[in-house]
Design a protein around this ligand. Structure first.
Ligand SMILES: NC(=O)c1ccc[n+]([C@@H]2O[C@H](COP(=O)([O-])OP(=O)(O)OC[C@H]3O[C@@H](n4cnc5c(N)ncnc54)[C@H](O)[C@@H]3O)[C@@H](O)[C@H]2O)c1
Length: 270
């Protein structure tokens, strides 16, 4: 049975561990790691089959695949080591790959050690269609994100521009730029901009718009793609994760679905 180690016992980590604990994913949760021991203990309290809480190296050597659901910093800290130890890596903090040097280093290491790197679709729909479309030509990819002020608080763009995010009374365009600029401005919010770029036409050409909407009860991500195949638009109205309003519930579900895909013989979708 696949042995899974999880780095990050926050909103996404909890959902992944519970899915394994409930048998939704046919795998064994071998160990977890978090820089906050309280978060590790809080997670374990919600599980029937409790994994070990281990320091990174021990956790990695005890698992077949490590799921990173912590931070871009954690990808930089542990990514190379995980792959050098011959383990597969799943990355939720896809924003880390804004640094193309890091992605290249990890991909080269994965190739040398016969491992795989998985980047789940996260909080968006349409990556399957985009991957198919990318086999031919793509002219345009746009991500339009709309969030409640609560989901955007603390972002560097808000702080740097002294924006009072609670002052908006109606839906307003806050930011427009390419995916590279978007992830710098809102690092904890638009990981999806980077996954979308990697699957499509790259970080410089992928266009991102971010709206703040005090009336929004959900995190809305709309992906529009135009190319040789024609065009499509996918809109997801995401329920925020109970543990973290910046994170959409679908992001955790996409990691669980990716684990299911790895562990099951039938593969559906691109
Ligand atoms: N791909 C997507 O669509 C998508 C969607 C939402 C969130 N995310 C990303 O996934 C990650 C997890 O999201 P979340 O909502 O569960 O966050 P969270 O804040 O609820 O939990 C993160 C946990 O990781 C721990 N952590 C952070 N950095 C660490 C490190 N270097 N070493 C050890 N532990 C560390 C924290 O202590 C915390 O317990 C974030 O980076 C977030 O930006 C991706």
């Amino acid at each position: 049975m696949l042995k899974v180690g999880v780095i990050g016992c926050g909103a996404i980590g909890i959902e992944i561990c519970r899915a394994i604990d409930r048998g939704i994913v046919k795998a064994q949760l071998s160990a977890v790691h978090d820089r906050s021991i309280e978060n590790c203990e809080g997670l374990l309290a919600s599980l029937v089959n409790k994994p070990a809480i281990l320091p990174p190296d021990e956790m990695i050597s005890n698992a077949d695949i490590i799921v990173e659901c912590a931070s871009a910093q954690a990808v930089r800290e542990f990514g190379v080591n995980i792959l050098e130890m011959g383990k597969d890596l799943m990355v939720l903090s896809a924003g880390a790959f804004r640094d193309s040097g890091l992605l290249e280093r990890l991909t080269d290491t994965a190739r040398a050690h016969h491992c795989r790197i998985y980047i789940p679709s996260g909080a968006i729909a349409g990556i399957d269609g985009l991957k198919s479309a990318a086999v031919a030509g793509i002219n345009k990819v746009t991500l339009t994100t709309t969030k409640n002020p609560k989901g955007l608080k603390g972002a560097p763009f808000i702080e740097k521009n002294n924006i009072n995010i609670d002052s908006y009374r109606e839906k307003t365009l806050l930011f427009e730029g390419n995916a590279d600029e978007a992830i710098a401005a809102f690092p904890a919010n638009v990981n999806v901009a980077v996954s979308l770029s990697l699957a499509g036409i790259g970080i410089e050409k992928t266009h991102v718009r971010i709206f703040v909407d005090p009336g929004a009860k959900r995190n809305i991500h709309e992906v529009s793609v135009e190319g040789d195949f024609g065009k499509f638009t996918c809109r997801v109205e995401n329920v925020p994760s109970p543990g973290n309003p910046r994170t959409s519930y679908l992001a955790a579900l996409s990691a669980i679905a990716t684990l299911k895909k790895i562990t099951e013989p039938l593969q559906i979708g691109t």
